[in-house]
Design a protein around this ligand. Structure first.
Ligand code: SF4
Length: 350
């Protein structure tokens, strides 16, 4: 039997976060969970020994915190700005996920409960930008805010109303859009009436890669089957083709995936679709952690003969496919997209 995505037994809570209405809502949703007071959401006592309980911690633990620094960081790729997080961490366990690079040896969901401060900050930030004057690859007219850089909003929506509050906020902001990438199909979102002001980017990768690497996510076939429903429900829907993993037979598998995307979706989706294509980056510390719980994944993720290192700002070394080699692979995939899904505009590929 597959383990449930969430079976919350323990909530580490900053007292101030638990006191806020959103904190009380979350505690009420999980009345049987033990509540453990912590001084800071960043001071939950996970250690290297917890790597053995990597997935269990994601299932059973939650953290409640107050987001202190509210800033919208310029981005320019998947969005114009990265909004202040309303959560970080994830109940899913993709082997390549960069979020645990920041959080250390365990990566359960932290929910930030000062949602009113975050939505207030965002509304003011959007107001200050005025109307977008120069179209860019992100969007021709709207300022796009990524609301899920450090978590998966479709799962976050199973824990609190934070994501719904953001979708509600952007519905009424005619100069801006919210956006997030997701690997989880949460059909509750279909009733939220976003009126085109939230862009969901469904992440896709070939089935074989997803089976090995996208642990605990919704199957790729389920994501494909959901796309038209989200378009009909009023979302803008793009696809996030990432991470692209180079291995024997990878291009053939991408060809199949693109054909399946073409078959699974109708003209409404195709008329508004766009893709971002991101080749794999990895990290030496995450590699070490993964060896402790999912060594098979490392056979395709950790390929020193194809990769080059670069000092990471958050610690250790990031690796990416070697310059030159990578350019050839990017061209091969974008040419394949042009052949198989000529309707799919590539917003960027790197
Ligand atoms: S769904 Fe996203 S945030 Fe969650 S583990 Fe996978 S890559 Fe990380």
């Amino acid at each position: 039997m597959t383990a449930p995505l969430l079976d919350v037994r323990r909530i580490y809570a900053e007292p101030a976060a638990a006191e806020l209405p959103r904190g009380k809502d979350v505690l009420a949703r999980f009345p049987d969970a033990e509540v453990v007071e912590v001084l800071s959401h960043q001071a939950v006592p996970y250690t290297a020994a917890d790597v053995d309980r990597w997935v269990r911690i994601k299932t059973e633990d939650l953290v409640l915190g107050v987001k202190k620094s509210l800033t919208a960081r310029p981005n320019g790729r998947s969005s114009d700005f990265v909004a202040p997080s309303t959560a970080n961490g994830c109940a899913m366990a993709c082997a390549y996920c960069y979020v645990p690079r920041r959080k250390g040896y365990a990566n359960p969901i932290t929910v930030f409960t000062n949602i009113d401060k975050i939505t207030g900050y965002l509304a003011r930030h959007v107001g200050r930008q005025g109307v977008k004057q120069v179209p860019d690859q992100v969007d021709p007219t709207a300022w796009v805010y990524d609301i899920g850089e450090n978590s998966d909003c479709s799962v976050d929506a199973r824990i609190s109303d934070n994501v719904r509050d953001l979708v509600d906020l952007f519905r009424d902001l005619p100069t801006a859009k919210a956006s997030f990438a997701t690997k989880h199909v949460n059909r509750d979102l279909l009733t939220w009436d976003p009126q085109g002001r939230t862009r969901i980017r469904f992440s896709l990768m070939p089935y074989a890669d997803s089976k090995l690497l996208d642990i605990r996510t919704s199957p790729v076939a389920e994501r494909l089957a959901a796309i038209d429903d989200f378009v009909t429900a009023g979302y803008e829907v793009h696809v996030n083709l990432s991470p692209v993993v180079v291995r024997d037979g990878w291009l053939e598998d991408w060809a199949q995936l693109l054909s399946d995307l073409d078959d699974a979706t109708g003209p409404w989706f195709k008329a508004q679709a766009a893709a971002e294509v991101i080749f794999l980056t990895h990290n030496d510390r995450l590699h070490e952690v993964n060896l402790g719980w999912h060594p098979k994944a490392e056979e395709v993720l950790w390929r020193p003969e194809l990769q080059q290192p670069k000092r990471s700002q958050t610690g250790g070394w990031n690796v990416r496919y070697r310059t030159g080699f990578k350019g050839q692979q990017v061209s091969a995939l974008t040419e394949l997209i042009a052949q198989r899904t000529p309707w799919l505009r590539v917003r960027y590929a790197f």
